[in-house]
Design a protein around this ligand. Structure first.
Ligand SMILES: O=C(O)CCC(=O)C(=O)O
Length: 259
């Protein structure tokens, strides 16, 4: 990826990329996928993994259900990958409104999928995502190719500072991998004490907007304490012809290569 081709702030907001009817249809698709998958997971049909930070992940129907750690009754934090579970979600991989701007973000004329995710950030229970770059997680799977992965995050609901809008450190991708928090059990999060996050901006946007950013951008989001959901669909693109995340193995030992 050529960093010269990326916007210097490292992210682009495309307000109201999808119209309200399309956005509502995507929201319905997300809810139907969630209902199907969680029913199976709650029946005990899934393989369970507990991450070093105590978060519970369950694999069912080719997706990983990541539960909100503290929600009672249980609520889902994310499903990934997810586009294979509904044609309306899958169709976005070839939607020119998304793919066109992502070519510039990735720096490649021909794009392919890397992975996809639904983040639910539910009213009242959606929890914080601490400061992180997506890059270390992807690097553990894809190695240096992870540099060429970028995300289109499509908001299915209005996003405001109080329902968990993304906070982004403009230009942070230019500094490469940020120092990681060695005291945190997964080893994947940014050490905010050793990274300048003081210039962070909060990205508020109406439903149907898309936020595009590369894997090296430092970002976080707060908890959702409002009565309004803040759901989003994330499509992570890479140059065409490379294996997707699901075909790769996570090797935590690769973290030793990173600061
Ligand atoms: O949805 C969010 O608030 C955070 C998104 C994100 O950073 C992620 O899923 O890695």
């Amino acid at each position: 990826m050529s960093l010269d081709e990326q916007p210097p702030r490292g992210f682009v907001l495309l307000p109201r990329l999808l119209d309200p009817a399309e956005t509502a249809a995507l929201g319905q698709a997300a809810e139907s996928v969630l209902a199907r998958v969680t029913e199976k997971a709650l029946e005990g049909a899934a393989d369970v993994t507990v991450w070093p930070d105590g978060h519970r992940l369950e694999q069912v129907d080719g997706t990983t259900v990541h539960w909100e750690p503290d929600a009672r009754p249980p609520a889902v934090r994310s499903l990934a990958p997810v586009t294979h579970l509904h044609p309306a979600l899958h169709a976005l991989w070839t939607d020119e409104r998304v793919v066109g701007p992502m070519r510039r973000m990735v720096g490649s004329e021909r794009l392919g999928p890397f992975t996809s995710k639904l983040n639910f950030k539910r009213a009242g229970v959606g929890s914080e995502f601490r400061w992180h770059q997506d890059y270390p997680y992807w690097y553990c799977c894809a190695g240096p190719d992870a540099r060429d992965v970028a995300t289109a995050m499509i908001f299915l609901d209005d996003v405001t500072a109080d329902n968990g809008a993304l906070e982004i450190v403009p230009g942070s991708h230019l500094a490469g991998p940020a120092p990681r928090d060695r005291a945190e059990p997964t080893g994947l999060l940014v050490d905010a004490a050793r990274t300048d996050v003081s210039g962070a901006v909060t990205v508020e946007a109406p439903a149907g907007s898309a936020l595009l950013f590369p894997g090296l951008v430092v970002h976080r989001s707060g908890p959702n304490r409002t009565p309004r959901d803040r759901r989003s669909l994330l499509l992570c693109f890479q140059p065409a012809g490379r294996p997707g995340l699901a075909a790769l193995s996570y090797r935590a030992s690769r973290l030793a290569d990173l600061p």
